[in-house]
Design a protein around this ligand. Structure first.
Ligand code: PRP
Length: 216
């Protein structure tokens, strides 16, 4: 049995065409059921639904053989124990710095001010500001980062931006693009050795589907 860890939402939806290219269909819709283990058309493959930030942990410790996870999540996890054979080129977005429209970020940086930065992505933020020589106090949050500058909790946030609509709706502006993000396939290293015959064809089918540009 091969277990694939996915998170609900964009990653699940955009992985479906890749699975289809490998001849695998998920038999249940996670939006309609509360089930966490989903059967597929291949009796040897099942999907487990986990929180996005838990995908690398499941795969690292063998709770799943494979998983699909954003580069952002992978960097925060550290990637230890994970084989990363493919950039799936799905769930594309970016990690950016955003501030209130009336906050003069450029001047604050120029003057060497110490910035309060709220984020879920503390590794990415720490490394980015260190590379710029900007002193920051990081405030770890788990969601709704956009609220931090609006309430005075922070001067800036480091968050994912896709369409930019969430920033706009909260009167925030993007002032730095830190990195582009897409989802990666991660594989448990022991599984890769022990279940080679089942996992390799799956990786190859995904790779071929990406090359042909079939997924969203
Ligand atoms: C992300 C991010 C922003 C939003 C940006 O949240 O945290 O809130 O998407 O997208 P936009 O630029 O298209 O408006 P997500 O929906 O992934 O959930 P999260 O808050 O759990 O991270």
């Amino acid at each position: 049995m091969i277990t694939l860890a996915l998170s609900k939402g964009r990653i699940f939806d955009e992985t479906l065409p890749l699975l289809k290219a490998a001849g695998i269909e998920v038999l249940e819709d996670p939006e309609k059921s509360r089930k966490l283990i989903l059967a597929t058309s291949n009796p040897q493959v099942r999907v487990v639904l986990v929180r996005a930030s838990d995908v690398p942990t499941y795969v690292e410790h063998g709770g799943a053989d494979l998983g699909v996870t954003g580069k952002d999540t992978l960097i925060e996890h550290g990637g230890q124990g994970l084989y990363q054979p493919l950039d799936l080129n799905i769930s594309r977005c970016r990690v950016s710095v955003a501030v209130r429209a009336d906050f003069d970020y450029a001047s604050a940086v120029r003057q060497g001010s110490r910035l309060k930065v709220a984020t879920k992505y503390t590794h990415i933020a720490r490394e980015f500001f260190a590379s710029k020589g900007v002193h920051v106090d990081l405030i770890k949050l788990y969601g709704s980062m956009e609220l931090a500058p609006l309430t005075g909790l922070a001067d800036a946030i480091v968050d994912l931006v896709s369409t930019g609509n969430t920033l706009k709706a909260n009167h925030l502006v993007e002032v730095e693009r830190i990195m582009d993000i897409s989802a990666r396939l991660v594989v448990n290293q022991a599984s890769l050795k022990l279940k080679q015959a089942a996992i390799r064809p799956l990786i190859n089918a995904f790779a071929q589907a990406i090359e042909q540009g079939s997924p969203a």
